[in-house]
Design a protein around this ligand. Sequence first.
Ligand code: ATP
Ligand code: MG
Length: 551
Amino acid sequence: MASDFIRDIVTADNASGKHGGRVATRFPPEPNGYLHIGHAKSICLNFGIANDFGGTCNLRFDDTNPVTEDTEYVRSIQQDVQWLGFTWDDRLFYASDYFERLYACATQLIEKGLAYVDSLSADQMREHRGTFAIPGTDSPHRDRSVAENLDLFARMRVGEFADGAHTLRAKIDMASPNLNMRDPALYRIRRAHHHRTGDAWCIYPMYDFAHPLSDAFERITHSICTLEFEAHRPLYDWLISHLDLPGTPQQIEFARLNITYTVLSKRKLLQLVNEKHVNGWDDPRMPTLSGLRRRGVTAQALRRFCEEIGVVKRETVIEAGLLEFCVREDLNKTAPRAMAVLRPLKIVLDNYPADTSEDMNVVNNPEDESAGTRKVPFGRELYIERDDFMEDPPKKFFRLAPGREVRLRNAYLITCHEVIKNADGEITELRCTYDPATRGGDAPDGRKVKATLHWVSAAHAVTSEVRLYDRLFSAEFPGTGDSDFLTQINPHSLERVPNAQLEPSLATHPSGTRVQFERLGYFCVDPDSTPARPVFNRTVTLKDSWTKAKD
Ligand code: ATP
Ligand code: MG
């Protein structure tokens, strides 16, 4: 079991019998965007703790703000949590299902003299609120009678007043050093269509009111949230202690996930989508779970990443390279190998019989014997990678060059004899010979070559589009300081290679299949793929190309 300060709290609570040994957590997304890798941290934590302690974790949509929420997001969030490997069984809840109960709680506060209807405008309320340095001042409506407050609140609900005309506020302390305790708003009038309750309500509860009460209704024991809510905890506790509720949840804060070279703000992600800087929420460059999935990242790799980063209370920034490391580690074990040539250069083996071919028996995954072998066709005309040949190679270039012998992986040793060029002087073809005695790739006389190249038989090759992705932002901390994150988008974050040549076994894989293209990286079949024209996304390169120089 993982260990962190939150699990320590749960263990201590179980030992002291605080919640009768019960452990109940929840993951509470607001359906106003797609889930991203930061949410994965929260999901792994909440569902993980429930699993570790034999407890339960609810999926609750915190849908109290009708203006930004949508059923498209509700659907995608459920899909993403399931894909990540977690189940909520029958514990799917919506804060909007509690609107009637929340209203009853607000009424209860009014009856206790702990809430009042204020009629100040938003601007006036801001003026009365004060600052960190200056205490707030009481609203002139603060001392309305319980009867008047009950009457006004009921009339707010039935729609007698315009949006913003009145607000229900908790009656706490306008001089509190904690601004969240200066009579925070509990209900606003807002005529907006809600994706679940339609037009049944024209008043909506504030997040800080709905959240603790929803936790209590569901008898959550440990309400885990990110650090920015630390200063809201006194209000959370105030509400729980002043109302008659079925549970007494405890709020615990942890530091949210930040990663270099990306943004994890839903507002910014929405902007990237709406302004078409990316091709939708599931663009493989996005840090969303749907984007990462389309890119080829496995749920297993993401869970491993969440384990590696751990859970602490101090703000940290995680290197993007750590995610890439987890992805490589996972795919190295699970992804079968195959050969693909991204930028083809044709070679002709002059001494290989024309109009024939043979099948090479090739191991699918050296890390996993159970993956078996496959047959890869070999023939007189082949493609190799254009940058695996140099006509006039510098000292450290060991790959193919005129007069030099190299190995074609799993096939033969070949030697280049002639370079054919077009009228513009571009290399169009290489003439080579192969040594028939080296089938499988080794010479019987034991002579060595310095390079092994991947290749594809030209007669059998399948043409494919390959999409090479790089980090979406070129700045390590996009949008910090005075910078506008949109100006820091990496212009080379997507490169389309239109004419890649694949070995034929790669033509038939369904969307989502992950493979290693030998020497090139891990790739995944994109949903845009068709049998006539496969499309592959590069998930990650084989090596960490950011910290080590390229070979
Ligand atoms: P918003 O600004 O819309 O509230 P949010 O990112 O907080 O954005 P929520 O839908 O409220 O989105 O988040 C659901 C849960 O995921 C919350 O408990 C939140 O604390 C957690 N969460 C969100 N972002 C991160 C992150 N970067 N790291 C860890 N947890 C996160
Ligand atoms: Mg939030």
